[in-house]
Ligand binder design. Sequence first.
Ligand SMILES: *Cc1c(COP(=O)(O)O)cnc(C)c1O
Length: 377
Amino acid sequence: MRLKTRLIHGGIDGDPHTGAVSVPIYQVSTYKQEAIGKHKGFEYSRTGNPTRHALETYIAELEGGARGLAFGSGMAALSTILSLFNKGDHLVVGDDVYGGTYRVVTRVFTRLGLEATYVDTSNLAAVEAAIRPETKAILMETPTNPLLKVSDIASLAGIAKSKGILLIVDNTFMTPYWQNPLDLGADIVFHSATKYLGGHSDVVAGLAVTKDAMLGEELHFLQNAIGGVLGPQDSWLLLRGMKTLGVRMEEHEANARALAKWLAERGDIQRVIYPGLESHPGHTLIQKQARGFGGMISFDVGSASRAEEVLSKVKWFTLAESLGAVESLISVPARMTHASIPPERRAELGITDGLIRISVGIEDVEDLIEDLEQALS
Ligand SMILES: *Cc1c(COP(=O)(O)O)cnc(C)c1O
């Protein structure tokens, strides 16, 4: 089965009891048992719910893993994954991961005794050097947010294997349509399904998939124990949104390519960052490990005041946090998604005050170009 066909027919398709072609929303918390412990596979909806189960089966299949799990948000997925570790364990974390990832590691899990070192995961030697005897995992994103730095998943998986530690990849920006980290050797892949997977700015959700069944069992234990599960309505919304992931991703990318090219040809932008541009340092690598470049572009207009002006003038780009929806969104990471990162650290990373990030939607690209044209001039 090819990818778009798998998106339509993969996982658990429809409902065998009624012939409904859409998986029903099982709005239920508990299940009748015929005798004590004798049931049809579901006991209590924190542990398992048929609608959520359909979604979990679907994402596991799309990512090529043994077990999928759905959570109430991307951060709930990550927090559950981080609960695999113990006090004194150490993680090597990408140095420009999502702001909320940095926040939950530094301000929640380090309080519980987990240690972390932040490194540029596109620098393999730096990653190796940061690994200690207590290191249990590498946690990374590629491309990163908002600088779109590309890291070599297969090489990092090789390092992780040789040290006997886990490789955990946040695949939110690429989605399984463009990139499958488990196929490249990662152990766990997770998503903020709030973004491209949902795709319509109407659901907050997280998904995780493990390569092997044992680790999946462990993560399910934690999902049930901690309880940050996704409800049946939102599971259904995700199942519905993901059916069109293929056509949406193709459109996001076609529009992003055109916009990045147009921005790069202007003389008044300091830096255009898009992995699909030949000028991008990760351009060759991303083609080796992914089937596309995605729909995110960052560009530097030079100053905070110009960035603010652009944001106030755009008509079709909605000023909002988040990304990956059908509508184009625009933001200034330094003041929005990455505001929780201290200013000195932002400067170190290159998240300048004039840096604008756009999540390119699926509108007509001519309208998007005209809109940016009037906002920039
Ligand atoms: C949004 C986002 C998250 C967090 O997900 P939520 O669904 O908002 O909890 C994690 N990683 C990346 C790359 C994101 O964009």
